[in-house]
Design a protein around this ligand. Structure first.
Ligand code: HEC
Ligand code: HEC
Ligand code: HEC
Ligand code: HEC
Length: 129
């Protein structure tokens, strides 16, 4: 009886752990550690520290405050899809000018986006043509 309970509990823990780390290959890999004391992502993930996975080359120039937007387990990017950009980008560098919600007829960025700089938008939204 006790043995059965132990086995069942172990099996349950396995299922929970398995789903927490299950990784959708089309999504950014989820951080495999907690955040406490690890806010400075680039300190460890620049490639300079042995044994710590380096950020890929295409990450060059990404600010440290953008990392969690893709890699946190509860990041919007893990559950939602960033719409493609349906227009060309010539003369349209200032994304927030049009997408803040202040301009009529222009799709507003969702509330979750508050504080995201205009230089971050194309990390996630790519031209859709
Ligand atoms: C003190 C060093 C340190 C800091 C700071 C740190 N990490 Fe990590 N990170 C690690 C180590 C070591 C691993 C691999 C082993 C592990 O999971 O603990 C890892 C794993 C990861 C992985 C998984 C990589 C893979 O191959 O699956 C991601 C994604 C990640 N970290 C993102 C972040 C983000 C985002 C931040 C900032 C919020 C951050 N890390 C801060 C040391 C660090
Ligand atoms: C726009 C989303 C996005 C942002 C922002 C982002 N990443 Fe990533 N990251 C990804 C994706 C997607 C991958 C896996 C595909 C690839 O290799 O590019 C990845 C891969 C990684 C890896 C390699 C994991 C492995 O398995 O080897 C590390 C480490 C990492 N990122 C750290 C960071 C850090 C540190 C930052 C902030 C400076 C950051 N990322 C910002 C999307 C993002
Ligand atoms: C001059 C105004 C303007 C600027 C600047 C602008 N956009 Fe747009 N954007 C629009 C309009 C208008 C639409 C609606 C579709 C269309 O008319 O092409 C749109 C649509 C979008 C959509 C699709 C939204 C949806 O609901 O599917 C995304 C994503 C987007 N823009 C991202 C960006 C990014 C990223 C930038 C900066 C690099 C940017 N936009 C700059 C006006 C603008
Ligand atoms: C870390 C990735 C990321 C960054 C950076 C980002 N977005 Fe998004 N964006 C998303 C995701 C994911 C959604 C979908 C949210 C949802 O469906 O809940 C979204 C939704 C939107 C939408 C609504 C599109 C629709 O289908 O209704 C607009 C507009 C938009 N973003 C504009 C921007 C602008 C402008 C910036 C820069 C200031 C920006 N985004 C930065 C990931 C990102």
């Amino acid at each position: 009886m006790i043995r059965n309970i132990v086995i069942t509990t172990a099996a349950l823990l396995f299922v929970v752990a398995g789903s927490a780390f299950a990784q959708d290959a089309t999504k950014p890999p989820v951080m495999s550690h907690d955040m406490a004391g690890k806010e400075n992502c680039t300190m460890c993930h620049s490639g300079a520290m042995e044994g710590i996975p380096a950020e890929p080359a295409d990450h060059e120039g990404r600010a440290v405050d953008t990392c969690v937007l893709c890699h946190a387990p509860d990041a919007e990017m893990q559950t939602a899809t960033a719409a493609g950009i349906p227009h060309d980008l010539a003369g349209k560098d200032n994304c927030t000018m049009c997408h803040s919600g202040a301009m009529e007829g222009m799709p507003a960025a969702p509330a979750s986006h508050e504080g995201r700089g205009t230089d971050t938008c194309t990390l996630c939204h790519k031209p859709s043509s």
